[in-house]
Design a protein around this ligand. Structure first.
Ligand code: SAM
Length: 526
């Protein structure tokens, strides 16, 4: 592996006598891991790991900062049907550390600002356990689509996936979020072992460009953080202009460094790293600081060093079992309890009544278990008890307008987005002014009075949630490839197709055939 000489000299300047250890580690094998999805697999069921072992995937050690993760070697878990069933997300161990320090909790309002392809968003969602609101944003449309598919694959119900520039998002969400993750676009030095493209794209100019962009993104992120809220900044690079310098920037923006604990092998960031690079004209990416704030004379090195020794983590590939990463955690002054509870902003969602979604109610009554519909009379000023439960989905008795709520296996407010029926999680913000890729859980399509369930609905359900299931076992990859199956004497209707008992998609049985409803765009032909 050969690196740009500037990169090598910079890392030598940081690591001094440790450089040979780094060089040896970075020339070795990349570390791979997977994170089991607790929405689908409870308690790291051994049978899932056993099935992977049977597919020649060697599960080795655990990851200290993520209890659901396992390091693996050999094999290709990305090609196993369990991957398409969303039983796990493939993510290297260091990339799982920022979410550990974000410490997401059920019921919070959380933003993942630079989220595609969704490794950290799916990890955040798992820790939120379906409660609260996760706004997961990606600036690049194609990448936002991949993010949206990963949210779907893992069966996440409480995510609003957006495709926006940070400065547009901050116009809407000022002071809104309890927690924000900024996993910034960076020069990717920590991925050199994993990704040749990162090596080819490296240049001092790109480091400078990334540093400037990171500061711009952080300005917007800080605006969106509620008083008392937590912000975690992370990169997968070693460049001090993108790591230590951004810590200085965040402190200058008024954030307070948080005291966080290290796991074995983790190290702190250091003001010395920034100094040794910026002091050397040949090594520094910022030979002409973009603003005064970035010049060494204007940085309080003692303050920076004491902050870094509390709030930052450097994951070096020669010190831990993982790729290179940096993170730092901060808090905004204020009382976070004043931001408690979920509330919509920016207008209400246009909800539906039971007539609008009659075909879905019929589908739910016929094929789902434990789903009920509550009708709420539109509120009058003196009316606090206008709710009426109605399993058949008939209109409520009082008031002018009924709004349907769904309860049971999943709960929330259904609403239409064109022909698409979604379920907004409790407290989802209005979507006016947002460029939205996925507003909550996609239930299905209502067209000409007929309901067709979505793939997202299948992936959020378990076999206990439906009346009809069709287990495929060794035929799973054929189903993923789009094949329909012949079978005699089955009951007509919608079947949740499963692989080893885990949902994989829908098939509709009629006339002796299970018609395959696996989305065409997701099919894998083997
Ligand atoms: N957090 C992701 C994960 O764990 O899967 C990885 C995020 S990646 C390091 C950074 C992302 O930031 C990229 O998807 C990139 O498209 C996006 N990005 C690029 N420029 C941006 C900008 N100006 N503002 C916000 N995000 C940007």
């Amino acid at each position: 592996m050969s690196f740009d000489i500037n990169f090598e000299n910079r890392i030598r300047a940081l690591l001094l006598e440790d450089y040979p250890d780094f060089e040896k580690a970075i020339s070795g094998e990349k570390i791979s891991a997977l994170r089991i999805n607790p929405f689908k697999v409870t308690g790291l069921k051994n049978e899932v790991l056993d099935d992977l072992k049977n597919a020649d995937i060697r599960i080795t050690n655990e990851v200290d900062w993520e209890k659901n993760a396992r390091v693996y070697s050999d094999g290709a878990p990305g090609k196993h049907p369990f991957h398409e069933a969303g039983l796990y997300y493939i993510q290297e161990p260091s990339a799982m550390a920022p979410v550990h320090y974000l410490d997401p909790k059920p019921g919070e309002k959380i933003l993942d600002l630079c989220a595609a392809p969704g490794g950290k968003s799916t990890q955040i969602a798992c820790r939120m356990n379906g409660e609260g609101i996760l706004v997961t944003n990606e600036i690049d449309k194609k990448r936002a689509q991949i993010l949206s598919l990963n949210i779907e694959r893992l069966g996440i119900r409480n995510a609003l996936v957006t495709n926006m520039r940070p400065e547009k998002l901050s116009e809407i969400f000022e002071g809104y979020f309890d927690k924000i993750l900024v996993d910034a676009p960076c020069s990717g030095e920590g991925m050199f072992r994993k990704n040749d493209e990162a090596i080819d794209n490296w240049s001092l100019e790109n480091v400078a460009l990334c540093a400037k962009r990171q500061k711009d993104i952080l300005i917007e992120a800080v605006k969106m953080l509620a008083p008392g809220g937590r912000l975690v900044y992370s990169t997968c690079t070693f460049a001090p202009e993108e790591d230590e310098l951004q810590v200085h920037n965040l402190i200058s923006m008024g954030l307070k460094p948080l005291d966080i604990q290290l796991f074995d092998g983790m190290e702190r960031g250091k003001a010395r790293y920034l100094e040794s690079i910026l002091n050397d004209g040949a090594l520094s990416a910022i030979s002409h600081p973009q603003d005064e704030n970035n010049s060494l004379e204007n940085i309080d090195k003692d303050l920076l060093d004491s902050s870094l020794s509390k709030c930052s983590v450097r994951l070096w590939p020669h010190r831990i079992s993982g790729e290179g990463h940096f993170l730092a955690a901060f808090e905004k002054a204020g009382d976070i309890t004043l931001n408690k509870g979920l509330y919509g902003i920016n207008g209400k969602l246009k909800t539906v009544n039971s007539d609008d979604i009659k075909s879905f109610i019929e589908f739910a009554n016929e094929f789902l278990v434990d789903v009920s519909f509550a009708e709420e009379t539109a509120k009058r000023s003196d009316d606090s008890k206008g709710d009426k439960k109605n399993k058949s989905g008939k209109k409520g008795q009082r008031g002018a307008k009924s709004l349907v709520r769904i309860e049971g296996v999943f709960s929330g407010t259904p609403f239409m987005f064109g022909e698409q029926l979604y379920l907004a999680p409790e407290g989802m913000p209005g979507i006016n002014g947002l460029s939205v890729m996925r507003p909550g859980l996609h239930l299905g399509t209502i067209k000409n009075g007929r309901f067709e369930p979505s793939h997202a609905l299948a992936l959020t359900l378990s076999k206990e949630n439906v009346k009809l299931t069709y287990e495929l076992s060794e035929k799973s990859m054929q189903f993923i490839g789009g094949m329909s199956f012949r079978e005699a004497d089955m009951q007509n209707g919608w079947y949740l197709v499963t692989t080893a008992g885990y949902s994989l998609g829908w098939a509709k049985y009629a006339g002796g055939i299970f018609k395959n409803h696996y989305p065409k765009g997701l099919r894998i032909y083997t």
